[in-house]
Design a protein around this ligand. Sequence first.
Ligand code: FES
Length: 313
Amino acid sequence: MQLRVTEVRAIARDILRLTLQAPDGRALPGAQAGAHIGLHLPSGLVRQYSLTNATGEPHLAAYEVAIGLDATSRGGSTWIHAQLRVGAALQVSEPRNQFPLDPAHHHVLLLAGGIGITPVYAMAQTAQRLGLDWQLVACARSLGRIAYAEELRALSSERVHLHGDAEAGARIDFGRWLKAQAWDGVYACGPQPMLDDLTQRTAAWPTGRFRQEKFKAEAIDTALDQAFELVLARSSLRTRVEPGEPVLDAMERLGVDHPFSCREGLCGACECACIDGEPDHRDQFLDAAARAEGRRFLPCVSRARGERLTLDL
Ligand code: FES
């Protein structure tokens, strides 16, 4: 979709909220809490941002996303903070949701670190609307860095707990919140050390009770990559994929115009079907069941374990 930026507003320290609307005012496809959209920046970068106003309506008048200024930005957030202005036109991909609230979860803990508040804020709005038993705990280096603080307090002052490390003089203890009651589901979004800590603390929990959304793909070790043959069955094309070369790049080398967005194994936009060979899954999109089945494949990061991989393309 080609959308127009209709508002850019600073809503916390180093965090901008963007409002995007169709130029002709038409309604946009709605989404459930946890969904994200892809912003296609003029540099060619595509960046995924959670929709903070996705709460299950079939249509939305506008999309709202909040973007933190990332000190390690490779051009996405830096460009948006420095250059993007009201009136700019941006190509935007439709909402996708890899981080939905499970309807079976009635006692829900929402955890956010820094800009990880964005999907969690949408979840809190949904949880409140559905009458769930929910609590939200958000932390940042200081309270001034927590986006949507006022809106969250207005949603429920009893259920929302905001923690600034600077004001508290210490980091938050998420362990205390995990043990606070028997949660059906714990949903977390934040920096990698926070998610690693929570993953460790919940390692013995049943599958699906702890769910997380990552900001960034984990680094992939390509040192042991082996070359393999890529076969595209329907188009009768084949090529050798070199060590370190993404399958998606090899496909583009063959002239195949395949959809993609993040190119980091996060968004699922490049998913296709594998019909022969054993995939070496390196994405963070497919769950354990999909990996074990071995049919779904994300060519932007994943490779083959054997000498040949055949895709249904
Ligand atoms: S392009 Fe996003 S997972 Fe492949």
